[in-house]
Write a protein that binds this ligand. Structure first.
Ligand code: ATP
Length: 277
């Protein structure tokens, strides 16, 4: 399985390949072994470490329809019944397709970002929101494993606060594959930097000294310079270095047609501009 845009997270990717992808890659073997498709996944961890990215890659690898990504807080609504309606609507495209073509339906991923906003432990919220959120949790449970649950849906919940979630959602048959997506370690940082400079390398837009410095930043004992950087911050570092290179190309009047190139000095300036949160 080729998660080519996700750096680090090898153990998590292995888990996903075995527990989520395999049954869909070989349904006949899965049936023989009595392994059913996973219906839900929970990815938790600090911001910017690749939860959304991983969910999107998963969708691509599964050949799913363009995933629906919804933000938990956006679903909440002060009008009674409105939030549940929104949750129900998320499942509609999959329901329609399943009605039409049955098991020939493509897979539909429903990605619930900031899931803790709508799926907190029932009864744990202040009076004004408790009712709404409890019924959203109930609606989600009904959709994930109710009588009319669909085999062509995979729900992916994302959260920074997994401890707030209603435990009923995490039982087997529901969001049963739960993975932590943490800040990258040294190797992860090297992989992430490589991913985000891949196209620059291909286009010959990285100078020799920049390539050396990139290796240093992650590989040769100087990893500390990017320690505590999230994947998003490493991507930001590369973007910042590129912007310095571009500004230089513009300033020196090379302008149109000139090849900008990222040098080590651009990365050094970027390291001053982009700091880990
Ligand atoms: P949040 O909790 O804030 O929603 P998140 O964990 O979902 O954060 P993403 O939105 O997936 O983080 O990450 C933002 C961007 O940072 C990605 O689109 C990607 O460019 C980069 N990025 C983050 N983690 C990784 C990673 N492990 N490998 C490669 N790129 C990454």
């Amino acid at each position: 399985m080729d998660f080519k845009n996700v750096g680090g997270l090898d153990a998590q990717l292995d888990d996903i390949a075995r527990r989520v992808l395999a049954s869909r890659a070989n349904p006949a073997a899965a049936r023989r072994l009595g392994v059913s498709h996973v219906r839900g996944i929970l990815l938790s961890g600090p911001p910017g470490c690749g939860k959304t990215l991983l969910a999107r890659e998963l969708s691509r690898l599964l050949g799913a329809r363009e995933p629906q990504i919804v933000n938990g807080p956006e679903i909440l609504d002060k009008f009674i019944g409105e939030a549940e309606r929104r949750v129900r609507e998320l499942f509609l495209p999959a329901e329609r397709e399943y009605e039409e073509v049955g098991d020939a339906s493509a897979l539909h991923l429903i990605i619930l970002d900031e899931m803790d906003a709508i799926a907190r432990k029932r009864g744990s919220m202040s009076a004004d929101t408790t009712g709404v959120r409890d019924s959203v949790v109930n609606q989600l449970l009904a959709k994930i494993d109710g009588v009319k649950s669909l085999p062509n849906v995979l729900v992916v919940g994302l959260t920074n606060r997994p401890e707030l979630l209603d435990p009923a959602l995490l039982r087997p048959g529901r969001l049963e594959v739960q993975l932590r997506v943490e800040l990258p370690d040294k190797r992860g940082r090297r992989d992430i930097l490589a991913i985000h400079t891949r196209s620059m390398r291909e286009k010959n837009a990285l100078s020799e000294d920049a390539i050396d410095l990139l290796d240093d930043l992650s590989d040769r004992g100087m990893g500390a310079r990017t320690e505590h950087f999230s994947g998003a911050e490493l991507a930001g570092l590369v973007r910042s270095a590129a912007s310095f290179a571009l500004a230089r190309a513009v300033e020196t009047g090379l302008g149109a047609g000139a090849d900008g190139m990222v040098a080590a000095a651009d990365l050094e300036r970027a390291l001053k501009e982009v700091r880990p949160a």
